[in-house]
Ligand binder design. Structure first.
Ligand SMILES: NC(=O)c1ccc[n+]([C@@H]2O[C@H](COP(=O)([O-])OP(=O)(O)OC[C@H]3O[C@@H](n4cnc5c(N)ncnc54)[C@H](O)[C@@H]3O)[C@@H](O)[C@H]2O)c1
Ligand SMILES: O=P(O)(O)OC[C@H](O)CO
Length: 340
């Protein structure tokens, strides 16, 4: 199938809107499903998602609706842009109405606590007959709808699915790169959120460019080391869905994870910072799970441990920074195949 007749996007927030609008602008009949009926009607009527992406007109081919059957019943391709904490619940609603052989693509960058499960693994567990992929990369929703040139990654073992999604979404401002390492692409997208919080925090404290460059590079090393312990391929992190997304979210206050780090440095509580941002901040939960997993597997992750200390163990930021810079050097080796 190279030319899908109907596309569905689940999620009425920032990224759901951005992806639905690309598919619709490319001429595909696209349904964007959101759980709130009034909000769906408002988006449909105003041709704008004024709560999440105000000021951007949406394509006429996009239908916003709150009826899952209407959105998904005839869809050939379904994208899911629902925060990880509700991802399984929505997938379970989807399961009984999905056509056999439908392509289902997760765009969610998070991890489920039970079993350290990534979202495409949730899809595997819940959907019997779907073809599964992951879309991930340095992709702020706001810049996508503003038609800034953007690159992303479509990852799947299914080559036909990759070609279909490339054709479906590619435009003069959106380009999709193929990757067969679905797990690595998905893991990179989840892990980078931890380090966006770290650099947001460091930037708000006044750290200079030297410090940010060190943090970014050591974050990548830490991500690679963690991947290797999970038998994933750390080389995948050298692509758009790894280092690309790490650079993006660690250097811009368009990132909600980065903004959360800034708010913590400015003295806000975690709860207050999350409430003020008011949208998905996946890095907080990911940090909890990654710290637990790293401890279990004995993976050296000083930056993730330091952030965990600040957010969940009442450590002072100053003490943590001193400890990071003044600690024993015997674990501090540069990134290489041998040293990961
Ligand atoms: N915003 C971006 O730039 C961006 C880019 C790439 C990937 N992502 C990822 O996409 C995922 C979604 O992010 P977002 O930015 O769209 O978040 P968001 O907070 O902007 O929107 C989330 C949407 O999901 C809906 N939702 C939450 N629980 C639901 C449930 N149980 N049933 C139905 N709908 C529910 C919310 O009502 C909201 O409309 C996250 O994992 C994020 O990391 C976001
Ligand atoms: O706003 P954030 O921090 O969730 O980042 C959004 C995307 O993941 C950027 O690629």
């Amino acid at each position: 199938m190279t030319n899908p007749q109907q596309v569905a996007v689940l999620g009425g927030g920032s990224f759901g809107t951005a992806i639905a609008n690309i598919a619709a602008s490319n001429g595909h009949k696209t349904y964007q499903w959101m759980r709130n009926k009034e909000r769906a009607a408002k988006v449909q009527q105003a041709r704008e998602n004024s709560e999440y992406l105000p000021g951007y007109k949406l394509s006429d081919n996009l239908t916003a609706c709150a009826d899952l059957q209407e959105a998904v019943g005839s869809a050939d391709v379904v994208f899911i842009a629902i925060p990880s904490k509700s991802f399984r619940e929505v997938t379970q609603l989807l399961a009984p109405i999905l056509k056999s052989g439908t392509m289902v693509i997760s765009t969610t960058k998070g991890i489920e606590p039970s079993g350290f499960t990534l979202m495409s693994q949730v899809l595997e567990q819940e959907l019997n007959d779907a073809r599964i992929g992951v879309l991930s990369g340095p992709n702020f929703a706001k810049e996508i709808v503003a038609h800034q040139q953007t690159g992303s990654v479509i990852a799947s073992e299914d080559e036909e699915l990759i070609s279909c999604i490339q054709e479906l979404l590619c435009s003069s401002t959106f380009r999709l790169y193929a990757n067969s390492d679905r797990y690595g692409v998905e893991l990179g997208g989840a892990l980078k959120n931890i380090y966006a919080i770290v650099t947001g925090l460091a930037t708000a404290l006044g750290c200079g460019h030297n410090t940010i460059a060190m943090l970014l590079t050591r974050s990548l090393a830490e991500m690679g080391r963690f991947a290797k312990h999970l038998d994933a391929d750390p080389l995948t992190f050298l692509g758009l869905a790894g280092v690309g997304d790490l650079i993006l979210t660690c250097t811009s206050d368009l990132s909600r994870n980065y903004r959360l780090g800034m708010a913590i440095a400015q003295g806000q509580s975690l709860q207050q910072a999350e409430a003020d941002i008011g949208q998905a901040v996946e890095g907080v939960n990911t940090l909890r799970l990654v710290k637990q997993k790293a401890d279990e597997l004995g993976v050296y992750m000083p930056l993730a441990s330091a952030l965990h200390g600040i957010l969940f163990e009442d450590y002072s930021i100053g003490d943590v920074a001193d400890k990071l810079m003044g600690g024993e050097q015997n674990n501090d080796v540069e990134y290489s195949q041998k040293n990961l």
